[in-house]
Design a protein around this ligand. Structure first.
Ligand code: GLU
Length: 285
């Protein structure tokens, strides 16, 4: 078994991160497996080296050891590029020039009814979609500075999801996703952002495979993204790990913790003299 913790260095780790990291670590250790660390720093406008250093310090303080050098996503932009190239040449991507306002205007048009929400916000109304045949596509034609969207309709057709639904396991139970669910409740998500040349969805799938992750442990807030990840694994011929989406740690008012919630930052507890055993108790582990 190989698990991972994959934080973004965009702020201090809090109790929710501690929960995720400890569950992933203990799951692997309990099976004699490996626990890996990945720094998800593709958002260069928000990632900071000081936060990355603090991740190492916080995890060490929690007593969690990772088994290989941490993978830093910003060091692997070429592997996201080659996955995008593969999807582009197979005809699963199209460029999108919409501004937020264009999308909002289209989905809020009176005849459209209430806009449907997917994992990344409103379901994209395919304003920039133009039919293409993959035979006409070569890697050199892929725009390098454009937003690229997944053509979910084409993906669903190629994977024959109408005949065989996409499946994966979540917390040991089978989950099935049908073709209409993918097209209507996930839609044409962004796989390459203009400023990054990749996206969270694409990088996480490519890296989970590259690191040989067998079991993904993460908060249930990311559960709705799993359908996208499994579709990408199928399109890119990558293995699908087992998923373990866990409960979220909430503040006293029941709100989930955010990076800006400094009071629950691990560094704060550390400064107050708490131990890693105290943290485990605080989060019910
Ligand atoms: N980097 C993501 C986060 O910090 C987690 C990614 C994942 O576990 O798939 O929320």
């Amino acid at each position: 078994m190989i698990t991972r913790f994959a934080p973004s260095p965009t702020g201090p780790l809090h109790l929710g991160h501690a929960y995720s990291a400890i569950v992933a670590h203990d799951l692997a250790r309990g099976q004699g497996g490996a626990f890996l660390l990945r720094i998800e720093d593709i958002d260069r406008s928000r990632a900071r080296e000081t936060w990355e250093q603090q991740i190492y310090d916080d995890l060490s303080w929690l007593g969690l050891q990772w088994d290989a050098a941490p993978v830093r996503q910003s060091d692997h932009l070429t592997r996201y590029r080659s996955a995008l190239n593969e999807l582009w040449c197979s005809g699963y991507l199209y460029p999108c020039n919409c501004r937020r306002a264009d999308i909002a205007a289209a989905v809020n048009a009176p005849q459209e009814g209430a806009p449907l929400l997917g994992p990344d916000g409103v379901i994209y109304p395919r304003l920039c979609y133009v039919p293409t045949t993959h035979h006409s596509r070569v890697a050199d034609d892929m725009p390098s500075d454009a937003v690229l969207r997944l053509d979910m309709t084409a993906a669903v057709a190629a994977l024959e999801v109408d005949k065989t639904p996409i499946t994966y396991t979540n917390n040991g139970a089978p989950v099935q996703i049908t073709a209409p669910q993918l097209v209507n409740t996930v839609g044409d998500v962004v796989l390459a952002r203009r400023d990054m040349g990749t996206s969270y969805h694409l990088s996480v799938v490519v890296d989970d495979a590259a690191q040989g992750i067998t079991d993904v442990v993460r908060g249930e807030d990311l559960e709705s993204a799993t359908a996208i990840h499994v579709v990408l694994q199928r399109l890119l011929n990558l293995p699908t790990p087992q998923y373990h989406h866990h409960r979220l740690i909430r503040d006293d008012a029941g709100k989930r913790l955010a990076k800006r919630d400094d009071a629950r930052a691990l560094s704060n507890y550390r400064a107050q003299g708490l131990s890693s055993a105290d943290i485990r108790r605080l989060i019910g582990l």
